[in-house]
Write a protein that binds this ligand. Structure first.
Ligand SMILES: [Zn+2]
Length: 433
């Protein structure tokens, strides 16, 4: 019986599925692919072979990033970069990160099959440690390639970090013949690279809710985190009259609801989200009015301005509640991450490509989650394409995509490269005239 050939989208999904099991996972029955583990090394080997079949030369840089290169019409041409991460959290999904690499591979395989070349090279990068799934640090290999490793994480600060088995970053690198100090030499020169484009599953429910296969990212969210400490008065649950209580937990309850109400009032296109993810009470027993509560607050939006207006509104609401309930409150700032805006011109081209392929104007959305792209944006103009995933579930074995969506993503990225080539020829023409 003759089996119909797989579409590029079907092949991409099938490859991600193959890579979801041993020997490409370090555990059987679930996917766990920590940076530089046996599954990771086997994965690099498998993808290297697929890259060679797609007409690419393959190397690993000094940070163990996997890099496939499809040459342009001239040797040493500058490169348009595609990429995402190869590592996976424990019990993760098969498409987070991996799909961005494998889908880009299908784009290049198509060019190779048709003998199509561009005045620039195309490189696909498989990054190593986006998830921080092995060591308590993330995106070392991305930072190395983007040339910001030492600025963000001096060698002394990361070389001795240990995984769950007590192995240091330095020892893990030594296992593949690399060193922490040598990682920084993976740095790419700005003059050798043109742009970075990352396809990734949305990891959220927006595209599915709107019945869309693809979305174009406008920015990776600006993030702020706080720890909020409430101090009331603990007391006997049986004897302390309701009118006399200073209950830290009922105050916290009011505050959590205020956070939800304020964040919900925003336009979801602004990517505004706010979450209380952890809450602890003291003494935390059945017969004592809670005297102390500590909770976390995580606020994200596509722009600093939108985020900080909301931060102010939320903190004001918290203060009102604390004052009214005679609760002492301490708000401790924990993190303040800048947004990574996508390059407007690349976004326009990606939007055109998506509209051409899907037949409807592209949905533009903010990425609430962090990605390799936010580090790469510090080296080169960056854009991201989101692919719908089932129920927005990620970091979970239930993560799922539809092959038709992936096929549309591959077609859109292919169209994007051709649009990019048109722009590139024009600028080159201007330079040489
Ligand atoms: Zn990811």
């Amino acid at each position: 019986m003759v089996k119909a050939a797989l579409t590029p989208g079907e092949r991409a999904v099938a490859r991600c599925d193959v890579l979801g099991e041993p020997p490409f996972s370090d555990e059987s029955g679930l996917l766990y692919r920590p940076w530089l583990g046996p599954g990771f090394i086997a994965t690099v080997e498998a993808i290297s072979n697929w890259m060679r079949q797609a007409g690419m030369s393959v190397r690993q840089d000094s940070a163990a990033n996997l890099i496939g290169r499809y040459e342009g019409t001239t040797p040493d041409a500058r490169a348009l970069l595609f990429g995402s991460h190869l590592d996976s959290v424990r019990d993760g999904g098969r498409y987070d990160g991996m799909l961005g690499v494998i889908a880009a591979l299908e784009v290049v395989a198509g060019f190779h099959e048709r003998g199509e070349r561009f005045p620039f090279a195309i490189e696909i990068i498989g990054f190593g440690d986006e998830e921080g799934s092995r060591f308590p640090i993330t995106m070392l290999t991305t930072r190395a390639l983007a040339g910001v490793l030492e600025e963000d994480d001096p060698v002394a600060a990361f070389a001795e970090l240990r995984d769950a088995d007590g192995i240091t970053v330095e020892q893990a690198l030594a296992g593949v013949g690399l060193t922490p100090r040598g990682m920084a030499t993976a740095r790419r020169r700005k003059e050798d690279v043109l742009a970075y484009v990352e396809a990734h599953i949305e990891q959220g429910p927006v595209l599915e809710a709107e019945g869309r296969a693809l979305g174009v990212v406008s920015a990776i969210a600006a993030q702020r985190r706080f720890e909020v400490k409430l101090h009331g008065q603990a007391g006997h649950a049986g004897t302390m009259a309701m009118s006399l209580r200073r209950d830290a937990l009922t105050a916290a309850a009011e505050m959590v609801l205020a956070v939800e109400r304020i964040a919900s009032a925003g336009d979801d296109r602004e990517g505004l989200v706010a979450t209380v993810g952890s809450l602890r009470t003291w003494p935390g027993v059945v017969n004592v009015v809670p005297g102390d509560v500590t909770f976390t607050l995580d606020i994200r939006a596509g722009t600093i301005a939108r985020r900080d207006v909301t931060v102010t509104e939320i903190l004001t609401a918290l203060e009102d509640t604390a004052t009214r309930r005679s609760i002492e409150m301490e708000i401790l700032p924990r993190e303040n991450l800048l947004p990574s805006p996508c390059d407007p011109h690349l976004m326009t081209r990606l939007e055109t490509a998506v509209a051409d392929v899907t037949g409807q104007p592209a949905r533009v959305l903010v990425s609430g989650a962090g990605h390799d792209a936010m580090i790469m944006a510090r080296l080169v103009p960056m854009a991201m394409l989101f692919i719908r995933c089932e129920r927005g579930i990620s970091h979970n074995p239930a993560e799922a995509v539809m092959a038709e969506d992936v096929n549309e993503a591959i077609t859109a990225l292919t169209r994007f490269v051709r649009l990019f080539a048109e722009d590139y020829s024009k600028t080159q023409g201007r330079h040489s005239s």
